[in-house]
Ligand binder design. Structure first.
Ligand code: HSE
Length: 312
């Protein structure tokens, strides 16, 4: 094989109470990576579209190629040559798992081109290296679901212990991206390192409640558990109209609403597509009332994760 094209979806990380431990994939948007073999050894970035020239073009600095370099090193392959094209279909610093989608599409494409020596689960730690380059932290709550699909729980980072849980079929996500940018590094830097026992207890209750609610298709329990007492109060200050947008989503039928990843995107979960749309329109309108443009995505939970689109 000489050519692979792979797609990896956007993701919602944290899912309210599960900072760094919960994430799920949506259907669209997502990033696409094309790799073509070349005769000379080494990985070169041929082109990046959709980033307005902002991402690094050097292979050892870009998340999409860093993951490929790590994979080749792990496999002991030294003479491999290819050129890479990345199509970014979502904004940088959006809270939609933009860098994760690039890294996952890259590692899936490279693994396919090499004849699939590693399983999807084994690719995870390589994709996490892309996150380290992009945000300074190798968290897995975006790369995990983008790679594996579904609703993912990271029980432990050392050692890595990650699994998927079932979600109700009628669960829909509304993702609204206001036209502002938040750097994930900054959004992590402002977090406090200490958490009170009171907040820890509240957060653990909600984490347990959300997992149980999703697995039992108990929408009331999902709704009661979509509460984040640790991260959201700090980060929401970075998002204009946060409280108003959240209230608009819940008043219009959403089960709950919070920050998607590090923000500024906000997500809501709803029972059924109609509620998801109604909540999303209200969220968009609330941003618009404050003079902020936004883009809305509606989606069920993407159970498949990254896919290979073309090979030849
Ligand atoms: N869990 C991460 C964070 C996701 O909230 O910083 C960011 O992509």
């Amino acid at each position: 094989m000489n050519y692979i094209k792979a797609f990896a979806p956007a993701t919602v990380a944290n899912v309210a109470c599960g900072f760094d431990i919960f994430g799920f994939a949506i259907q669209e948007p997502g990033d696409t990576v094309e790799i073509r073999r070349r005769d000379e050894p080494g990985i070169v970035i041929k082109n990046i579209t959709g980033d307005e020239g902002r991402l690094p073009r050097a292979a050892e600095k870009n998340a999409v190629t860093v993951v490929m370099l790590h994979l080749l090193k792990h496999l002991g392959i030294t003479d491999f040559g290819c050129e890479v094209t990345l199509h970014k279909n979502m904004p940088l610093g959006s809270g939609m798992g933009s860098s994760a989608a690039s890294a996952v599409a890259g590692v899936v494409a490279m693994n396919e081109l090499l004849g699939n020596p590693l399983t999807r689960e084994e690719l995870l730690r390589f994709a996490m290296e892309g996150e380290r380059i992009a945000s300074g932290s190798a968290h897995a709550d975006n790369v995990g679901p983008s790679l594996l699909g579904g609703f993912v729980v990271i029980r432990s980072y050392t050692p890595l212990d990650i699994f998927s849980i079932p979600v109700p079929e009628d669960l829909y996500c509304t993702l609204v991206h206001p036209d502002i940018e938040i750097n994930t590094k900054d959004a992590r830097y402002i977090l406090r390192n200490e958490v009170s026992l009171k907040n820890t207890i509240a957060q653990m209750g909600n984490v347990a409640g959300l997992v149980a609610g999703l697995m039992k298709s108990d929408y009331d329990l999902i709704s009661r558990s979509m509460v984040d007492v640790i991260i959201e109060p700090v980060r929401s200050i970075l998002i204009p109209e946060f409280n108003e947008v959240k209230k608009a989503a819940i008043d219009n039928g959403a089960l709950g609403c919070s920050i998607s990843g590090a923000g500024p995107s906000m997500f809501a979960l709803s029972k059924g597509m109609d509620n998801a749309r109604k909540a999303g329109e209200a969220m968009k309108q609330t941003f618009a009332n404050a003079g902020i443009d936004s883009t809305m995505h509606l989606s069920g939970i993407n159970q498949g994760g990254a896919i290979v689109l073309e090979r030849n």
